[in-house]
Design a protein around this ligand. Sequence first.
Ligand code: C5P
Length: 226
Amino acid sequence: MPAPVLTIDGPSGSGKGTIARRVASALGWQLLDSGALYRLVAVAAGRRGVDLDEEDAVAKVAADLEVWFASAADGSERIELDGEDVTALVRSEECGAKASIVAALPAVREALLERQRAFRRPPGLVADGRDMGTRVFPDAGLKVFLTASAEERARRRHKQLKDKGIDVSLAALSRDIGDRDRRDSERSVAPLKPADDARVLDSSGLSIEAVTQIVLDWVRNTPQHG
Ligand code: C5P
């Protein structure tokens, strides 16, 4: 029996990352932040002077990626690329926008597929992304599609960035989130949509603790996971 997988997909700012980290920590499971892989591909391509629209060259960058992740339950994390700390760079809005460009290239998605599946190890995996339930782990025992209204997602992202000392206007963020949603939902490969067997959870107006608890209750009631 392969290790159990819980997938948490959804649009940017839906709170997936935070919820996935908390749930993984509560269960003692591994965590896959697949968005960070696409972000790292964008960073690595930039460093190697590869244009983001050169599909084969970007896919090669994705296949050769030398990365290292560490995260703690308190939310702190460290991401290294070729041995260098790139955490702040990877988390920037600019990098998120570039990630959604490389993520639309089929060869890049293909190059990252096995790397993502390799995160599935006992005692289990919480996989956070856009296509975790539809494409990467279609046999996951529990699939959650986490969403929230566009206004709430922009507000949350704004607060997150402000807490990190990054100053961006709420209007600009709303626009960026809208653009990214459109690109992610309309692309031909692995578009952002809930898997047919996903449970959709709208987190608007719910606290992080409440959403975490709902997901943990679902995990306990899932036969392969409880
Ligand atoms: O989740 P995060 O904001 O870090 O993802 C950055 C971008 O990477 C997304 O906007 C999306 O285009 C892409 N992505 C994806 N498939 C995933 C995870 C992220 O296409 N599984």
